[in-house]
Design a protein around this ligand. Structure first.
Ligand code: PMP
Length: 444
């Protein structure tokens, strides 16, 4: 292994003097000596400051669905730039993009733009509260809905000693008011009975269920089709709105997102990442009767909403994705990659499974795939951690955290696949060898 991070390390030493952790998101800090700084990306590949090349399976946590520096999307963004940036007034293109979204996601009867997934989910929750006159909400264990106080709560599954014990719900860091705990419940994913029993007791206080149809921040664990349909049915029966958070799944797992895959329509849905191929744009959308509340007592706006470059980039990205061909190719790559990895793992007798959609899948070291976050801890995730480290050292930029799926773009081609599988075999070998060594075992 010849990868060095000399320049990245030097940059880190400088950056940390002005930027907390030397980066602009806590999640980008991988340790003083392992934090990577990117020089550039192109297609499915990124290069760091030391000119190490990587095949990118993180894609900025999903957005870059067509590949980095996509010529058509970037040209469209430049066309948007020529119009101007923001005006605190509308532009014609907003309607064009809203029509595209509605075409692809029928539940998006009306659309409002936001800049990020977090903002869109905040707006969705506010809308649901306004529409129902209720304040409380339900989220599922292992889900992630953005960095705002209402959703920064996590079931502390990793520290569970006994599988029947209920996990403690902890805030994602300090600075989040404890009194927010009174406003939400967390329910295990894919557990209809728990949701139903909660609704029976508290539906009169619950404005919304906030659901990721595939847990995009927890191994890509998918909803069981019966589960997500039951959530829809329970929401209808109890006067609770169903907010489907498609920030990661939208325009990725199908042109109509997970709602199309499952045949479920949200009351309100949120979309972001794949919609703009990396340009900052998101949408909150949904049923007309709720969406019309924006402007009728419910606030929504923001200086940068529907910013011209992002909007033009979204228009082009959605036009490219609309007929489904590109997404079919992405899923096909994912299936081939999984088949190739399985062959390599089986040859070494390593039990494993995959979850999620082939375009955003999780890899587990356990025979059966998890169906909720509690199951994740039953997998050998320390093995994943070690393997991921070895993969990154060999130019396969996968997520170091086993809970984040691998994302695939339209730019991942045959050469990427072959290189990935060669590196995978080599990384697996190195991981197994390290495990076999006594000090490797001691580290487990
Ligand atoms: N919802 C989901 C399902 C997400 O995956 C994310 C981001 N990973 C968000 C909301 C927040 O989006 P953003 O990072 O754009 O604020």
């Amino acid at each position: 292994m010849t990868r060095t991070l000399e320049k990245s390390n030097r940059h880190f030493d400088n950056a940390v003097r002005r930027l907390p952790l030397g980066v602009s998101s806590n999640f980008r800090y991988w340790g003083d000596e392992r934090t990577v700084y990117v020089k550039r990306g192109h297609g499915a590949r990124v290069w760091d400051l030391d000119d190490n090349a990587y095949i990118d399976y993180r894609l900025g946590y999903g957005p870059v669905i067509l590949g980095h520096c996509h010529a058509q999307v970037d040209a469209a963004a430049r066309e948007g730039q020529a119009i101007g940036t923001v005006f605190a007034l509308g532009t014609e293109r907003e309607l064009a993009v809203a029509e595209l979204i509605h075409d692809m996601v029928p539940a998006a009867e009306l659309v409002r733009f936001s800049n990020s997934g977090t903002e869109a989910v905040m707006a969705a929750l506010r809308l649901a509260r306004a529409a129902t006159g209720k304040d409380n909400y339900v989220i599922f264990e292992g889900s992630y809905h953005g960095l705002f106080d209402a959703t920064m709560w996590w079931a502390d599954v990793a520290n569970l000693k006994d599988p029947d014990q209920e996990p403690e719900i902890v805030s994602l860091g300090k600075g989040i008011p404890d009194l927010i705990r009174q406003l939400f419940w967390q329910v295990p994913y894919n557990d209809v009975d728990r949701l139903e029993s909660l609704f029976r007791r508290h539906a009169d206080r619950i404005a919304a269920v906030l659901i990721e149809p595939i847990l995009g921040n927890c191994c890509g664990i998918p909803s069981h089709p019966d589960f997500i349909r039951a959530v829809r049915e329970l929401c209808d029966r109890h006067g609770v709105l169903m907010i489907v958070d498609e920030v990661k799944t939208g325009f990725r797992v199908a042109t109509g997102g997970a709602q199309e895959l499952y045949g479920v329509a949200a009351d309100i849905c949120t979309m972001a990442k794949a919609m703009g191929n990396g340009y900052p744009i998101a949408a909150v959308a949904g049923r007309e009767e709720f969406m019309r509340l924006f402007g009728k007592g419910v606030a929504h706006g923001g200086t940068y909403t529907a910013q011209s470059m992002s909007l033009a980039a979204a228009e082009k990205t959605l036009q490219i994705l609309r007929d489904g061909t590109v997404l079919a190719g992405i899923a096909e790559y994912g299936r081939k990659m999984q088949a190739g990895m399985s062959r390599i793992l089986e040859a070494s007798g390593v039990a494993h499974s995959f979850t999620g959609h082939p375009s955003m899948a999780g890899l587990f070291f356990r025979e059966t795939a998890p169906t909720n976050y509690r199951d994740w801890r039953l997998s050998d995730y320390t093995f994943y951690d070690a393997l991921a480290r070895n993969l990154i050292d060999r130019g396969v930029m996968c997520e170091p955290d086993s809970r984040e799926p691998w994302f695939i773009s339209a730019a991942h081609d045959r050469a990427c696949l072959d290189e990935t599988l060669t590196a995978f075999a080599d990384a697996l070998d190195a991981t197994l060898r390290a495990r076999a060594r006594p000090h490797g075992q001691a580290a487990e």
